[in-house]
Design a protein around this ligand. Structure first.
Ligand code: SF4
Length: 352
């Protein structure tokens, strides 16, 4: 099998092998092709994991995992038709509609998440795009959450350039906006917006100076070429997203993807490993779908380079492992929380 590993040279051979992690970001590759990414997927499993783990150790402590907690601040009734999403108004699911949450309740939830060990608080609203009035309320939430000492992330749908700048001014650290899948498969999953709409908002977010959280979903019936295409699209953005959530589809009754066949677990681990290789300095989040994964599968994902999870019993509307189960998981694997907050940041809202 050694021959197969010779077909791909170490993509980061040019980097300093002495362990120096301070190199300029321009050392990173932004010219991946789908074929090259597909060739990584095709490596023998052990070779793939070795490459991913080697790069992971070059840039991160392999035993540290970033912990985020997610809260739905406005639930259901979304006009978009994302085929995986129980919050879409197009599908008959058990998700109830709720308006924008009260600011005090959001800040209280952030304090509980911080006390439980999370370092980032992510707030999601089921909008196609926020109105400027909605955005102002979210900005007040961001200021309140930031005062607890946590990093902040929001996902609100499409943003204009001015809206992205307003969020930055409010002190937002990360904006989540997933590309979900490959450009080629995108129209099979969402028809109410285009892949290019996604790229435009990502550009607005990046130009505002916000950190980008952007990944996708695996197991929606896409091909391996689509998975490679999705990772190629992420790794060829002008800057690699600072945070890359890789979700396993949660098949929610009532959504068009409810009866999609289950993805092979090892293929999911391969997706994590390839994400780590093509975006070696990004935090790769083992995101939705963990309730369907065994401890062993999650351990393989961490070995493949995942170094972030959502912590807390609930994601936006779907279940997440119980907090006691994650504490036990961390103990069994010898993992530690990355960057737990210690003191509130200064209040000048100078940005992350
Ligand atoms: S994923 Fe987001 S944009 Fe798509 S339907 Fe759900 S809430 Fe709306």
């Amino acid at each position: 099998m050694a021959k197969s590993t010779e077909t791909i040279t170490d993509p980061y051979d040019a980097l300093d092998k002495s362990g120096d992690k301070s190199g300029d970001k321009d050392d990173l590759r932004h010219d991946w092709t789908t074929d090259e990414v597909g060739a990584l997927f095709a490596l023998p499993f052990n070779d793939l994991l070795f490459r991913a783990q080697t790069l992971h150790r070059r840039y991160f402590d392999p035993n540290e995992v970033q912990i985020s907690t997610l809260l739905s601040i406005k639930t259901g009734g979304c006009p978009e038709d994302c085929a995986y999403c129980p919050q879409s108004a197009h599908y008959d699911t058990e998700v109830d509609r709720d308006g924008l949450m009260n600011i005090d309740d959001v800040v209280a939830a952030a304090q509980r998440a911080r006390d439980a060990g999370a370092s980032r608080f992510c707030m999601g609203a089921a909008w196609r795009r926020p109105t400027d009035k909605d955005l102002e309320q979210v900005c007040t939430m961001i200021e309140g959450v930031r005062a607890t000492g946590m990093e902040t992330c929001v996902t609100l749908g499409m943003l204009t350039d001015a809206q992205a700048r307003r969020l930055k001014e409010a002190g937002l650290d990360y904006y989540n906006h997933n590309i979900d899948t490959s450009e080629e498969y995108y129209g099979d999953i969402i028809t109410t917006r285009t892949f290019d709409d996604r790229i435009e908002t990502l550009s607005n977010v990046r130009h505002a100076g916000l950190n980008v959280c952007c990944g996708g979903i695996v197991g929606m019936g896409e091909s391996r070429t689509d998975r490679a295409g999705m990772l190629m699209a992420l790794a060829t953005l002008p800057d690699h997203p600072q945070s890359v959530p890789i979700n396993q589809l949660v098949r929610v009754p009532g959504t068009p993807l409810a009866k999609t066949g289950e993805i092979d677990g090892l293929e999911f681990v391969r997706t994590i490993a390839v994400a780590r290789i093509v975006m070696p300095r990004s935090v790769v989040r083992l995101s939705a779908g963990r309730t369907d994964m065994s401890t062993e599968m999650q351990a393989l994902c961490f070995a493949a380079g995942a170094n972030s999870i959502f912590y807390g019993d609930q994601l936006l509307t779907t279940d997440n492992p119980a907090t006691h189960a994650d504490k036990e998981l961390f103990e069994r694997l010898g993992l530690r929380a990355m960057g737990a907050p210690s003191a509130p940041p200064d209040q000048d809202h100078g940005g992350a």
